[in-house]
Design a binder for this molecule. Sequence first.
Ligand code: FER
Length: 337
Amino acid sequence: MKRNILTAAALILACMLCACGGNEPAKQEQQNKEGNMNENTPEPTRQEELTVTSTPTPVPTEAPKTDENGMTFLCPSKYLTKQEGVKYGKFTRESYYSDYCKRDRYYTILLPADYSEEKKYPVVYLLHGIFGDENSFAGDAKLPILVGNLVAEGLCGEFILVCPAMYAAGEGTAQQPAFDAEACIPYDRIANELIQCLMPHINKTYSVIEGREGTNIGGFSMGGRETLYTIMLYPEYFKNVCAMAPAPGMTPAKDNFMTHPGSLQEDQVRFAEGTVIPDRIIICCGTRDSVVGKFPKGYHELFEKNGIEHFWYEVPGADHDMTTQYSGMYNFFQLIK
Ligand code: FER
């Protein structure tokens, strides 16, 4: 609504400028064509002088859509809408035996619409929020649409999207997710589980580009926190990274939900010299996030302090919601070439 008013105001001003002779080169050209009319042109009236010399009041320009790093603040709605002639993949739910957890574990997978064993694809591991499971992302009908549209427009290459159940509780424990330190431990275990069990399973089951060149990780909220934790433990495994509204707790923190002892201390949030690290790390959060508040910005500041290069941006007006996630994924998936 506000943008419409601004656009209308800008249009009105543009028309006024034209009417006032703001289009100087065109006007000059016209005069050149018609020859020098000075001799025959009457003196301007006082009113005309006033009109010509008055400077236009500056009009606020439209808010930028992209930042200086090329991060787009909001996913354009057309990418979330089915387009004619575009093929979309479908999620399926699969399982594997996890030696790390000593139990069967589940994931959902979105293969490219034209998946073929003749090709090799990069993989994106996408981690859900607290209390979620392997169905959290797969339940969102817009996700295959976003991926399909980006691929169809050539904004990213085809890739395989893997959404694991993140809660990697060990053998014999009935531990369930909750807001306490003990209950958070199985979430952190996804780092080891992913590297030791899920990734090898995906590599041997699908036609993938193995190794860091073809491996990417992202997540929302608790999944954002575990994304950051996983790359701190295993930086050399991942090419592109995106933490959307990452939840507190990777480092010591206290919020309305609980006190986090911190899976790492702040000075451990560094990559040792000589380590191969991800090419690109995105951290983003809605400006009105009512769940994780300023903690994502805190990670950004910590990364900055500890010399970890990354892209940080805020999603205007977004809460702890899909607007933030589609924005993050829109930027993240475009890194996959
Ligand atoms: C917390 C705040 C938010 C927390 C987890 C979350 C475990 C996760 C929110 C989500 O995944 O949506 O203090 O502690």
